[in-house]
Write a protein of this length. Structure first.
Length: 258
């Protein structure tokens, strides 16, 4: 089985004590590639180091997480933009809008989102969108700036079927499905059963959002198999088909090969 974890923060210090063993567990579970979204300037070196340590398994993104958009965001983004000339990244991200923690920074978050979308268009890279309590605000930006040169993934999609259909209406976007699909009260399994599989990719968001049966413990990339199994159950198709199609979706979206 060939699985891809399209969104994993395994470079964080939660994995410092057993990272090699965790990588082996991922391999044993069939997880062949792991995509690393950046958070802020402090995480950049960790993302680089892990990508260099596992050059054909871990792939870096570069962007500013919306929860880290502060007063100095313009300068932080200037520094991040320079990094794209120094090494290869597979996406601009993780970026977007988060209104769960702090609504007061919304104007800055919107501006940072637009700036990073402009990078993606310029560099022909996908964007990885963080949308927490913010679908309407994200859609408002995309309604303004979307065109054929903008594409990417709504990371950790947990929206309604109507919101999923809005995502698909933009043409170039897929939805990242993670551990939330295994939570009985989330309703996500009912939503995704009506979304064509070619629009979905798998992720963990490790160390967060751990799927059942390990919910409440640290998440890791090996657990993407539980997401795949639940998605197969929800759609009434084989795990093999889930693996093949979501892997091809991820490779195509992020411009990679097996």
């Amino acid at each position: 089985m060939f699985l891809i974890d399209t969104h994993s923060h395994i470079y964080l210090n939660q994995f410092d004590d057993d990272r090699a063993a965790m990588m082996q567990r991922a391999s044993d579970a069939g997880v062949q590639k792991i995509f690393l979204p950046n958070i802020n300037m402090e995480s950049v070196q960790r993302v680089h180091d892990l990508s260099d340590q596992y050059p054909n398994r871990c792939f870096p993104m570069m962007g500013l997480h919306p929860c880290d958009v502060k007063e100095d965001y313009a300068e932080v983004l200037r520094q991040m933009r320079e990094l794209f000339s120094q090494r290869k990244y597979i996406a601009v991200g993780e970026m977007g809008i988060d209104l769960y923690w702090d609504k007061t920074t919304l104007p800055m978050q919107v501006e940072a989102f637009k700036i990073q979308c402009a990078w993606a268009k310029e560099l022909s890279l996908p964007i990885v969108i963080h949308a927490r309590d913010s679908f309407n605000e994200i859609f408002e930006v995309l309604d303004e700036i979307n065109d054929a040169s903008l594409f990417g993934v709504f990371h950790c999609f947990t929206g309604t079927l109507e919101q999923a259909q809005k995502v698909l209406s933009y043409g170039g976007f897929k939805m990242g499905i993670g551990g939330v699909i295994t939570y009985p009260k989330s309703g996500l399994a009912d939503v995704v059963k009506d979304i064509p599989l070619e629009h979905l990719v798998l992720e963990t968001d490790a160390p967060f959002l751990t799927p059942v049966p390990y919910r409440g413990k640290r998440n890791e990339s090996a657990y993407v198999k539980f997401v795949a199994e639940k998605l197969a159950e929800a759609k009434g198709i084989s795990l093999k088909e889930i693996s093949e199609v979501t892997t091809n979706n991820a490779l195509q979206l992020f411009g990679l090969t097996k």
